[in-house]
Design a protein around this ligand. Structure first.
Ligand code: NAP
Ligand code: 8YV
Length: 318
């Protein structure tokens, strides 16, 4: 029996590839040299797509695949996918919620700890011989007993709040709707920032959160304040962030995500009060294996009975 045709955008682990190849006729976007010629021969056959949070489902791919029925994304954030356009065509979009909560929460905590404790400059101090030459590294600050404002209190935000408990924090949060949780809800983001030592961003990207961490919010955190971003680069006004850090109106930043990935502004790279990561929030073998499994499980279940396991909310009714 012939296998349905699947187009894969971006990379995949060996296990994902093996499972997809067993169930589908796999076309790899990265191997396609002449897209127009490929579309003419194969576009109409493609019924399934495997993609990721960065590449999403590009409009030219949707147009090239008129019979597309399912798009499975390797990641929980799907701001790169035009879900309205997918719903209009009846395309079921899936993502990988929950399996990465712990890892991304760990990343947020480690960024916060690295910022408080100056571990990156301390490591350089130890490795470079500065310790022998110049004496002890400067003192840093404790993460204990802080007021921590969490922007976004969904699956990952709640995991962050739970994992932070070892530091005896006061946890505040801001979302569009109040949750039934044992943390204090703040009606406004700027009001929360005024009271917080640390602001941890963990909302989705997209229009409703675009640059909501603006100059006013950053300055409300103050010269001793810290911002940690493990959500999307678009959530923080990067220009305002650079200005606030350079002028000393904001103390520190720990960033896993940026406006124009993989580009990071030189101004951020040059500052000592910033810790930078290359979007590795979920990037461990263990968590990526779980994300990969769910990405492929969604495709295989769809092949078997037309349903999917973890649709994005906009597609849940399809
Ligand atoms: P989730 O369960 O859907 O939670 C999202 C939270 O954000 C909810 O509490 C939601 O509450 C709040 N929110 C949404 N829009 C908002 C707005 N305009 N203003 C204020 N709050 C808003 O999502 P999740 O699974 O925790 O994932 C969150 C995001 O983390 C993903 O979408 C992705 O962008 C990012 N992420 C990054 C990495 C990484 O590698 N760095 C890895 C995984 C995920 P309300 O709806 O009540 O506002
Ligand atoms: C992935 C992420 O690295 O899940 C997300 O939303 O940002 C990360 O886990 C990204 O989606 C690329 O696949």
């Amino acid at each position: 029996m012939s296998k349905p045709d699947l187009l894969m955008i971006g990379g995949a682990t060996d296990v994902m590839l093996e499972r997809m190849e067993a169930e589908f006729t796999l076309h790899k976007m990265n191997d396609i040299k002449d897209f127009d010629a490929w579309v003419a021969e194969h576009g109409g056959k493609i019924v399934a797509l495997a993609t990721n949070g960065h590449d999403g489902v590009p409009a030219h791919v949707m147009a090239a695949c008129p019979n597309l029925q399912v798009a499975s994304a390797y990641g929980v954030g799907y701001d790169a996918i035009d879900t309205d356009a997918c719903v209009a065509r009846g395309i079921k979009v899936t993502h990988t919620p929950n399996v990465l909560n712990a890892e991304v929460a760990n990343t947020a905590m480690m960024l916060m700890l690295a910022c408080f404790r100056n571990f990156l400059s301390d490591e350089r101090h130890a490795r470079s011989g500065d310790w022998e030459r110049d004496g002890n590294a400067p003192l840093s600050n404790s993460p204990d007993n802080r007021t921590i404002g969490i922007l976004g209190m969904g699956r990952i935000g709640q995991e962050i709040a739970e994992r932070l408990q070892v530091f005896n924090p006061t946890i505040l949060y801001h979302t569009r709707s109040r949750k039934d949780l044992p943390y204090e809800y703040c009606e406004t983001l700027v009001g929360m920032a005024e009271r917080s030592d640390v602001l941890i961003c963990i909302t989705p990207g997209g229009a409703s959160t675009n640059k909501i961490v603006n100059k006013q919010v950053l300055e409300a955190l103050g010269p001793e304040g810290m911002v940690i971003n493990v959500s999307r680069g678009s959530v923080i006004d990067e220009e305002a962030l650079i200005e606030a850090l350079q002028s000393g109106k904001l103390g520190k930043a720990g960033l896993d995500v940026f406006e124009q990935e993989p580009k990071i502004p030189n101004a951020l790279k040059e500052m000592e009060n910033v810790v930078l990561l290359p979007h590795v929030g979920s990037a461990t073998h263990e968590t990526r294996a779980a994300m990969g499994k769910l990405t492929v499980d969604n495709l295989i279940q769809w092949k078997q009975d037309g349903t999917v396991i973890t649709p994005v909310p906009e597609c849940a009714h399809l």
